[in-house]
Design a protein around this ligand. Sequence first.
Ligand code: ZN
Length: 307
Amino acid sequence: MLAQRTLKSLTKAVGVGLHSGQRVELTLRPAAPDTGIVFRRVDLPQPVDIVISAQAVTDTRLASTISSGSAKVHTVEHLMSACAGLGIDNLYVDITAEEVPILDGSASSFVFLLQSAGIALQVAPKRFIRVIKPVEVREGEGANTKWARLSPYEGYKLSFEIDFDHPAVDSTGQRVEFDMGSGAYTRDIARARTFGFTKDVEMMRANGLALGGGLDNAIVMDDYKVLNSDGLRYNDEFVKHKILDAMGDLYLIGKPLLAAYGAFRSGHAMNNKLLRELLAHKDAYEVVTFEDEKKAPQGFATLARAW
Ligand SMILES: [Zn+2]
């Protein structure tokens, strides 16, 4: 049987929120089979649980925000991406503020935390959502077109194309394809950092956003070039970060997908719209398990390699 996974022990991290600039403590804890991933706001007078789901996503401006009643957690996508990449099914995420810490701006710190805690197999079959009919969402016309789609594929692969007209981005790859079957998530995707432009950052700061952002947790560009003295971690780091984000956004559906995801200029809003479109078409997907783990697609049966 291909089994569900959680952590062997708990692990903690302290950081700041990208937008709030607020100090936040994160505790990742093992959870029982079929719990799913549950964020718990432990700073509130009565702790509030927010169970991830496509419907729990209530705001997608700048980052993916989940909520339950008035309790919120912003910027969940990089931690969710690490969980998707390592195949974590069940996890409690205790958090002391409204935003997940940005750490180094990628998913690699979360991967490191999860792997340090150790990954445990559980006595319950891992459940996948297998896409059996294509679904697509699309917005805008001509130069403003953007779209995202899920198509049947016995495995999980993502392809993303960005279209940024900026000297520092033009010279890098703007399209990338990543297949989970390669087993290379931690090496090839997890280290890609979020990115921003100084002029947007100034505007966001004036509006009380990006207060925790800087050169140590983002690629920052002026009108011409990358300002980080160490340059890029991958020559196509920008579009790889979009794959990282998409993996996190899509994992909010609560189960790993068996599908091919393709997107052009998509973002958090459109990724969530795509999940809702899929769930609205009951004939477009089925929930499956693998009695014989040898029959499971590559990249899911074996635990992700350590560094
Ligand atoms: Zn991101």
